[in-house]
Structure formats: structure tokens, C-alpha cells
Design a protein around this ligand. Structure first.
Ligand code: PLP
Length: 204
């Protein structure tokens, strides 16, 4: 086991916060409260469950640590995370995405985003020249998925980051298949990494 493996293993066991700060319990429990008291009329860190919850905070800190990111955000599903990340785009923006990608993402990108005025080009991202050729003045972001689902096409993330820096594009990557144990997009310069965590996958 290498040092970096050991760090990841330690993070997996202890995560950001390995005990419940409120009680000292050795795992953070599932808090089910929807509203929180405001002692002396003053709001505390947690106010209402949709905006924050101690159990969700722990998951968000753990994924940020594992990916080497600055912040993590947990959603009810992978598609909710993808939709929220893509809400960084605005009407008039152009997005370049892979021609092979998870079916739910394909439908969201080809049916929902155009209704919001966002143009989407699907290209074979395993060929950086095709990505470069698709960039136009309104291109705002690259949406990436490698390996792609279902064809397992591989995209050169360093080449994508190079293009993104040259054309000042945001890069968003679906890292569901690899997990931060096997692929570390943020270390390579990707801006946002996303996972579906609704099923268990054992990294091979
Ligand atoms: C690569 C990939 N991205 C996104 C999703 C969507 O995740 P969810 O089903 O949690 O919405 C899936 C689902 O299998 C997936 O395989």
C-alpha cells in the first residue's frame, strides 16, 4: 500500500468528521429533524433541513476530501447533481458533451437543455480534435464522462483541460464509473466532478 493509498484508506474510514460533534457518537447519526431551534432568536449553523443537515454535511465533506475538492454537495440522485451542476449554464450558452454517455444524461442534455436555450453538441471526445473543432464563440463548458456509459470510450482529460484553459471553458466530469479512488479529475485540472451514488459499485 502506497502512502497516497493509505491516506485515501484513512479518509474512507474517518472521513472529514469521524464522530458526531453534538454527542461524541463514533459515527454521525442520520438526523431526521426538518427544522432547528434558534436559541435566543439567533440562527445557528443548521436552520432547515433542505439548506443543511449534519448527516449530509458529513457526506459532503467526505466526498470533497476524497476528490481533493474544496466543497461537496449531496443531492438525492446523480441526475439531480448533474442537473444542478449544469444550471451554471445560461440561455445562449453552448455545451460540448460526449456522443456516448449515460442515458439519463443524454436525455437531459438533448431534451431539457435546448428548452432552456442551451445548445448542445455531442462529439466523440475520445478524439480531442473533434472537441476542438466543435468549440465556437458561445461555447461555455465541456461536459465529460470517461469511461463513457455504455461504450467505455476513454477521453484524455489532460487534453480536455488544455482546451478548456485555452478557450476559458468550464469542465464538468461524471466520475461515477471510476470513483476518486481510480480517477482524480480535480488533480488534473477539471473544475467539477460528479457522481451517482445511488448504487454500490466495487472499484476493480
Ligand atoms: C455514469 C452515470 N451517471 C449518472 C447516473 C445517474 O444517476 P442516478 O440514477 O443516481 O440519478 C448514472 C446511473 O446509473 C450513471 O451510470
Amino acid at each position: 500500500m502506497t502512502l497516497s493509498n493509505r491516506r485515501i484508506a484513512t479518509i474512507l474510514v474517518h472521513q472529514g468528521q469521524d464522530r458526531d460533534p453534538a454527542t461524541g457518537a463514533s459515527t454521525v447519526p442520520i438526523y431526521q429533524a426538518s427544522t432547528y431551534h434558534h436559541p435566543g432568536g439567533k440562527g445557528q449553523e443548521f436552520d432547515y433541513a433542505r439548506s443543511g443537515n449534519p448527516s449530509r454535511k458529513q457526506v459532503e465533506e467526505a466526498i470533497a476530501l476524497l476528490e481533493g475538492g474544496v466543497r461537496g454537495f449531496a443531492f438525492a440522485s446523480g441526475m439531480a447533481a448533474i442537473g444542478s451542476a449544469l444550471s451554471l449554464l445560461e440561455a445562449g450558452d453552448h455545451l460540448i458533451a460526449p456522443d456516448d454517455l449515460y442515458g439519463g444524461s443524454y436525455r437531459y442534455l438533448t431534451m431539457q437543455l435546448p428548452r432552456q436555450g442551451i445548445e448542445v453538441s455531442l462529439v466523440d471526445q475520445s478524439d480531442p480534435a473533434q472537441v476542438a473543432a466543435a468549440i465556437c464563440p458561445t461555447t461555455r463548458a465541456l461536459f465529460l464522462e470517461t469511461p463513457s456509459n455504455p461504450l467505455f470510450k476513454i477521453t484524455d482529460l489532460r487534453a480536455m483541460v488544455e482546451l478548456a484553459r485555452e478557450y476559458r471553458l468550464l469542465t464538468l466530469l461524471d466520475n461515477t464509473f471510476m470513483t476518486p479512488l481510480l480517477q482524480r479529475p480535480l488533480d488534473l485540472g477539471i473544475d467539477v466532478t460528479i457522481h451517482s451514488a445511488t448504487k454500490f459499485r466495487w472499484p476493480q
